[in-house]
Design a protein. Structure first.
Length: 284
């Protein structure tokens, strides 16, 4: 049986380096808008009875002129699932022990013409080892050219690794980021993948390379879209529409999002888990 400890450490280092570059880019955008906003970082330690090394993470949050609220979190945790929750996790029926490392990002924008966005990539081990993640665009006021640019960049990232990935992972995102009780999509999609299993070192290397390219694609395309839209004027009616649209985002994250549930069920930091919630929202 493979000891995945060094693989988890390599993935953790990558996620942290990606966080640093994303945060630097977002702060650069704030400077371009004449703002001195910067990320504030808060470390947290996970607690689990009988576990000498439960792990923890760092929560990064910035509230600025362009980014009304953006959170970028990296966590690396290990422990035991409860028997009830283990039955819902891939491979945990074989081994309730787990490790998980990943980066999670949600940005809510001040300007309703700039899309909100979500990105997450992660590596988990239970009785199995796998990568998961993706990114999806959530515009209050959709622009077809922005949607196409976002998808084109992830289509290219997928094509470099497997010709079937983009259509498979786009469909997965469309199905996952859907709000059944509203019968609407959360946004205009992107890609979502999970359980990209690793049976040996070569397979881990291939899946890690793809996961890194997902992160690079996000860092390349989203800042371009932000810079294109961030100076557009908006009306009070458009801002109201944004605030009501955010309510759909909140409903999805609190009712359906598996990442939220995973964090809550594994003793994660509450503020880090709920950093995805917008700073201001309305329901009609």
């Amino acid at each position: 049986m493979i000891d995945w400890t060094p693989h988890t450490a390599r993935a953790k280092d990558w996620f942290e380096s990606l966080r640093d570059r994303i945060c630097a880019e977002f702060e650069a955008i704030e400077r371009e808008a004449g703002s001195d906003a910067q990320f504030e970082y808060t470390g947290w330690d996970r607690q689990e009875a009988g576990n000498e090394n439960p792990g923890g993470g760092v929560r990064g949050v910035m509230k600025g002129q362009v980014f009304e609220k953006v959170g970028v979190n990296v966590s690396t945790v290990s422990g035991q699932f409860s028997p009830e929750f283990a039955r819902t996790i891939h491979g945990a029926d074989e081994n309730p022990g787990f490790t998980a490392t990943g980066i999670s990002l949600v940005a809510h924008m001040a300007n309703p013409h700039v899309p909100a966005v979500h990105m997450n990539t992660r590596f988990l081990t239970t009785g199995k080892a796998w990568f998961g993640g993706g990114a999806d665009l959530n515009p209050p006021i959709p622009y077809e050219e922005d949607t196409e640019e976002f998808h084109a960049r992830f289509r290219a990232a997928c094509a470099a690794h497997n010709p079937t990935y983009y259509e498979r992972f786009k469909k997965w995102a469309d199905e996952y980021f859907f709000i059944p009780h509203r019968n609407v999509a959360r946004g205009v999609g992107g890609i979502f993948y999970d359980h990209l299993e690793c049976a040996d070192d070569p397979e881990w290397d291939r899946n890690f390379a793809f996961t890194k390219d997902v992160g690079e694609a996000f860092l390349d395309v989203f800042p371009r879209i932000v810079r294109k839209r961030m100076s557009q004027e908006w009306t009070p009616a458009e801002k109201e529409a944004q605030l009501e649209w955010r309510g759909r985002y909140v409903e999805f994250n609190l009712v359906y999002d598996r990442g939220t549930l995973f964090g809550l069920k594994t003793g994660g930091n509450i503020d880090a888990i709920l950093m995805s919630l917008p700073p201001e929202v309305k329901w009609s």
